[in-house]
Design a protein around this ligand. Structure first.
Ligand code: FES
Length: 145
C-alpha cells in the first residue's frame, strides 16, 4: 500500500478544477498503458494564456492528485510556461509520489500537452517544440494501448 504525502491526500480528497469545458479551445486525452486509466484535459486560451483548465480523470488517487496539481500549476500561465510542466515537477509539487506511482504523474503533463497541441492545430499556429512530426506520431499511438 503506497504511502502518500499530505499534499497528495489533500488534492485527492478535494481536487481542484474538476470538470469539463464544453466550448474548450483545446482537448487532450491520454490513457496510461501501464494501468489503463484515462485522463482528459480541457483548456480555454486567451491572449496566449490558459484562462481556464478542467479535467476528467478515471484513475487512481495519485492520478487524481496529479490532475488537480497540474491544473493549479498551469491556470493563468502562458502556453509556453505550461509546456515546462513535467511529471517530475508535478511530483515535486505534490511533495513526492511513491515510486510505484510515479508513472501516474506522466498522465497529467501529457494530457495537458495534448490539449495545447489540439489548440495549436485548431488555430493553425505553430508552438515551437510542440508540433514536430515525431511527437505527433508518438501521441497518435499513445491512446491505442
Ligand atoms: Fe493508473 Fe495511477 S494506477 S494512473
Amino acid at each position: 500500500m503506497p504511502v502518500y504525502s499530505e499534499k497528495v491526500m489533500q488534492h485527492f480528497m478535494n481536487p481542484h478544477n474538476v470538470g469539463e469545458i464544453e466550448d474548450a479551445d483545446g482537448v487532450g486525452e491520454i490513457g496510461n498503458p501501464v494501468c489503463g486509466d484515462m485522463m482528459t484535459f480541457y483548456i480555454k486560451v486567451k491572449d496566449n494564456r490558459i484562462e481556464d483548465v478542467k479535467y476528467k480523470t478515471f484513475g487512481c488517487g495519485a492520478a487524481i492528485a496529479v490532475s488537480s496539481m497540474v491544473s493549479d500549476m498551469v491556470k493563468g500561465k502562458t502556453l509556453q510556461e505550461a509546456l515546462t510542466v513535467t511529471p517530475d515537477k508535478v511530483a515535486t509539487e505534490l511533495d513526492g509520489l511513491p515510486k510505484n506511482k510515479m508513472h501516474c504523474s506522466n498522465l497529467g503533463s501529457q494530457a495537458l500537452r495534448k490539449a495545447i497541441r489540439n489548440y495549436a492545430v485548431n488555430n493553425k499556429i505553430d508552438i515551437p517544440g510542440l508540433t514536430d512530426k515525431e511527437e505527433i506520431e508518438e501521441d497518435e499511438h499513445a491512446c491505442e494501448a
